[in-house]
Design a protein around this ligand. Sequence first.
Ligand code: ZN
Length: 258
Amino acid sequence: MYNNISLPDFTHSPIDIHSHFNHGSIFDCSGDERHIREFDFFESVYHNANVSQVGISTFASVLEHTECIVEENEYLHKLIDKKEWVYQWVVIDPRQKETYIQAEKMLSHSKVLGIKIHPDYHGYNILDYADELFCFANKHKAVVLMHPQHISKMPSLVDDYPDMKLIIAHLGSMEHIDAIANARHGNIYTDTSGGASNLNNIIEYAVKQVGSQKILFGTDTYSYAFQFGRIALSTLSFEEKENILWKNATNLFPKAFK
Ligand SMILES: [Zn+2]
């Protein structure tokens, strides 16, 4: 019998800070049975894995149909009061003033983690809007979750806004690690979500370079079992694994995750 590997005895269930789902919007993400994107599927996956805290923006709100963002934010904002495991990223498109107004209202909710931006799918250059976005986030002491774009430019941009925090999603490049190291106020973070964390030493290398406290656990709807196992069974220390899987999230979002 092969049973000499067991999971570490973690003291808290993992917190997935980066996910999405479809909910029947005409602007949902297309998919098939190989990569299911529906709410019920995720609910059963998280239930099965005993995960009770997941940070979400709907798929429709981060894809190319930016006309639905306001409606999608409203939809999710209602859902967080109904579904205990669902936490919200409020999506801002800097070209739509109304999304700023929404964020201003929604950020005070204890289950809203911060602001999500997706310059690539929304079709703008972050360098044209970073100052305005980061200034807004700074004023609200908010966390911004950004799909990566112009990563190497981020430290000099956030250096002017020490009260905000920027998570550059999808750890996978040296630029991610350098950005964390170069932020003068230590306010750049990354997450393990997406496919790039399948690189066999990326997370371990990042921890060696910048420590484990700036790296957060996320799935971006990829296999939870893979994403969790990638960290739980890695060569990282128990303390480093705990930091990434849940502890950093409780420090970064004290209002949401007590
Ligand atoms: Zn994502």
